[in-house]
Write a protein of this length. Structure first.
Length: 265
């Protein structure tokens, strides 16, 4: 077996594959996460085709046979790509393992690949599988959720031994604000909005090489509160602050502690 992981996220980096496989633990988890997400992304792109999405179009459209009804070709191409990729890899599994292939739907195909993931990550083509699934999922996310994205760096990763740093990805759309925290080193290290209280508690316990600072706007977006609430909490909890270029920034450790205590209460 390979001594170096050649998965999409490592790209031949220094991490060693899991015993008997071609991918490291991080790339294996990321592959599983992308496969799990593909059916939902396929459905989201389908909603864009049907016009049920209320967001302003951010992907190219063209005319259809029905006057006045646009057709989102980016969404259609993405759906076709998801189906083609999952069907192709499922076909490889079925042929080489001499088993019956699943029905040709993205949900069935993705579940089939997940069931056979231990075999797939040991296959010589595992790095190509990792790359194709990751690129397909990334392209699908860009089509399914084209809202403007803000990146807010909030500190070091809380997972033991991980050298990455955490960045909050904040999107604003018709349904309001949404945020997800991701790690720079391991894509499997991610926390959706509903897990922020737990993450905040872990961040407050993680030593860092220096104080991390967040602006009031970023705090309001990440924790879904008004900026007025941020200023009030900063005063009540006496957050450490820093003034830069006319803006006030607050200690991320103080912020995380305060919101973790608030969630516990």
């Amino acid at each position: 077996m390979e001594l170096i992981c050649n998965g999409y996220r490592c790209g031949g980096g220094p991490r060693a594959p899991l015993r008997g496989t071609r991918l490291c633990a991080g790339c294996t988890r990321a592959l599983a996460a992308d496969l799990t997400a593909l059916p939902g992304l396929h459905d989201q792109c389908g909603q864009l085709l049907g016009g049920s999405d209320s967001r302003p179009p951010a992907t190219r459209t063209t005319g259809s046979s029905v006057p006045g009804l646009p057709f989102n070709t980016s969404a259609a191409d993405t759906r076709a790509a998801i189906l083609a990729i999952t069907a192709s890899w499922s076909g490889l599994v079925a042929r080489e393992r001499r088993i019956t292939p699943p029905p040709r739907t993205v949900g069935d195909l993705a579940r089939f690949l997940l069931r056979h993931l231990p075999w797939l990550v040991a296959h010589p083509a595992a790095p190509e599988l990792s790359r194709e699934i990751a690129e397909t999922a990334r392209a699908a996310r860009q089509v399914a959720d084209p809202q403007p994205l803000r990146r807010v760096r909030i500190g070091d990763c809380v997972e033991p031994g991980c050298p990455g740093w955490l960045t909050a990805l904040v999107r604003s759309g018709g349904a309001g604000l949404s945020a997800e925290v991701v790690c720079s080193a391991q894509s499997a290290h991610r926390w959706p909005t509903q897990e922020w209280a737990r993450l905040g508690s872990r961040l407050s316990q993680t030593p860092s090489g220096g104080c991390r600072w967040l602006g009031a706007t970023e705090i309001a977006q990440l924790w879904r509160v008004s900026t007025g609430s941020v200023y009030r909490m900063a005063s009540e909890h006496r957050w450490s602050r820093s003034h830069r270029c006319g803006r006030v920034y607050y200690s991320a450790d103080d912020v995380c502690n305060a919101f973790a205590a608030r969630a516990g209460a």
